[in-house]
Write a protein that binds this ligand. Structure first.
Ligand code: HEM
Length: 504
């Protein structure tokens, strides 16, 4: 072991040091292997034999090593740890993981970029995924958030086009600046998030130095069945730190795995990153009076009106023992909820409730919840789901696979009952594209950004936008004039200064 090298570089040496006993090489069936270096041939220079079972065993498995990468958030890093309750929020939620003070719940977290493929660079300008799987006594709670309290669009039907507009052009297989800016400028509800995106907040300095947010509005329900609306916040105890565009770009080339390396090394050397969890709470009466739609994920709830209430601390203290098994195969789904946490009518959240388990059934497999990293190992699974490829557990043995059953002592649990709520209104496709797209961006520009931040935002945006056709540049300038005249003027001037790119 060379203590002058980073822990990530020393992984193989560390493994070797700890490997206690000699072991025999085997086939996948566990049969001992005598020679793993030389293929079986008919004569020294002759052809291979199909009876080289060692070769075929390994090659057939090699041919099948890949599973589909995540359709979004493909590049990521993760670690294990725990959640410690520091403040009892029982008045708001009966969720058992939140009480009493001092309770520890094991968890796994994964951080990611959104658009790039599995091998893409960690420091790309992109939101960062911030997912936590809590292994609670009441099953899994997945908090699947981002490092931004808001999102680009507020209608889930828009999500697919939003993502497609940033993925590769179907003909050129290149990222397409026109499709990106075409979509963004046609959907001005994205303005607030686009401003965060092109400020230095769009390039966090690794995963440890960013906050996490549930972003969507959820519902908390207490033991009396009383509901409130809620947002989740995880503020980094390492402090927020961002990269300038130049440094982020340099790292894309020099160290594309910068954030993965940073997380691994800090945990391996005992410097465990942590985040403090808070909630914001809004009563149903406050939701009625709120000047914005409280279920609009393109907007924040101002913290001076809805103050942060501390809940506990998340600490990451263990690196994965195997990246593929622990992190590539982990599946986070907003639909994994525990009693005491429920969906709100937030359209984006409702759209997400369907998508994640659906993609896990395809990406990982129908029995993905039996894998150790996804298993609700602290609460036995009791249901009528059976069979499917790779059934790994005892498949619930002889228990009846139907309900109700005269042969079952299984029953519902009154304390898990979902809160009741009333809905009304006509079934229709309601157009939400123009619900005050600019007042929160204006507040962000005016009150939250420093002069340095404003200049960085304008320069970073102009640098990217100058790759797009003039029609999209004009439309974006027009949109940001709606935020603030100065913003419009600055972006216009920066675009004039920059030469049009990609001239042939
Ligand atoms: C990943 C869908 C909005 C955060 C994914 C995946 C899908 C998806 C299909 C891939 C999951 C996998 O393969 O395991 C959607 C849809 C959305 C939406 C349909 C809107 C209608 C959001 C929002 C956030 C978010 C608003 C943040 C608040 C994430 C994160 C991941 C992810 C963090 C990566 C999870 C991981 O680490 O494995 N999303 N998403 N998504 N999404 Fe969304």
């Amino acid at each position: 072991i060379d203590s002058t090298r980073e822990p990530a570089a020393e992984q193989l040496f560390k493994y070797f040091e700890n490997e206690s006993k000699q072991s025999t090489l085997t086939t996948s069936g566990g049969n001992p292997v005598a020679d793993k270096s030389n293929i079986l041939t008919a004569g020294e220079r002759g052809p291979l034999l199909i009876e080289d079972l060692i070769y075929f065993d390994e090659m057939q498995r090699f041919d099948r090593e890949r599973i589909p990468e995540r359709v979004v958030h493909a590049k990521g890093a993760g670690a294990f740890g725990y959640f410690l309750v520091t403040n009892d929020i029982r008045p708001y939620s009966k969720a058992t993981l939140f009480h009493p003070v001092g309770k520890k719940t094991p968890l796994v977290a994964r951080f990611s970029t959104v658009i790039g493929e599995r091998g893409s660079a960690d420091t790309a300008r992109d939101p960062r995924g911030f997912s936590i799987k809590f292994y609670t006594e009441d099953g899994i709670w997945d908090m699947v958030g981002n490092n931004t309290p808001i999102f680009f669009v507020r209608d889930p039907l828009m999500f697919i086009s939003f993502i497609h507009s940033q993925k590769r052009n179907p003909v050129t297989n290149l990222k397409d600046f026109d499709s990106f800016w075409d979509f963004i400028t046609l959907r001005p509800e994205s303005t607030f998030q686009i401003m965060r995106h092109f400020s230095d907040l769009g390039t966090p300095d690794g995963h440890r130095h960013m906050n996490g947010y549930g972003s969507n509005t959820y519902k908390l329900v207490n033991e009396e069945g009383h509901p409130v609306y809620c947002k989740f916040h995880f503020l980094t105890d390492q402090g927020v730190r961002n990269l300038t565009a130049d440094v982020a770009k340099r790292l894309e080339a020099d160290d594309p795995d910068y954030s993965t390396r940073d997380l691994y090394n800090h945990i391996a050397s005992g410097d465990f990153p942590s985040w403090t969890m808070y909630i914001q709470v809004m009563t149903f009466e406050e939701a009625e009076r709120f000047r914005w739609n409280p279920f609009d994920v393109t907007k924040v709830w101002p913290e001076n009106e809805f103050p942060l209430i501390e809940v506990g601390k998340m600490v990451l203290d263990r690196n994965p023992t195997n990246y593929f098994a622990d992190i590539e195969q982990v599946g986070f789904a907003p639909s994994n909820m525990v009693p005491g946490i429920e969906p709100s009518p937030d359209k984006m959240l409702q759209g997400r409730l369907f998508a994640y388990q659906d993609t896990h059934l395809y990406r990982i497999g129908v029995n993905h919840k039996q894998l150790p990293v996804n298993s609700p190992f602290r609460s036995p699974v009791v249901n009528t789901i059976r069979d499917g490829p790779m059934t790994y557990t005892d498949n619930q043995g002889g228990a009846p696979n139907y309900f109700p059953s005269s042969f079952s002592k299984r029953s519902g649990c009154a304390s898990a009952e979902q809160s009741r709520y009333r809905v009304s209104g006509d079934v229709a496709r309601y157009n939400s594209s123009n619900e005050d797209n600019f007042s929160q961006p204006a507040m962000f520009w005016r009150d939250e950004l420093s002069d340095y931040d404003r200049t960085a935002l304008v320069n970073n945006m102009a640098d990217h936008l100058s790759n797009a056709a003039p029609i999209f540049q004009d439309r974006m300038v027009k949109n940001v004039f709606e935020v603030d005249t100065k913003f419009g003027q600055m972006l216009h001037a920066a675009l004039i200064r920059l030469k049009p790119k990609h001239l042939f």
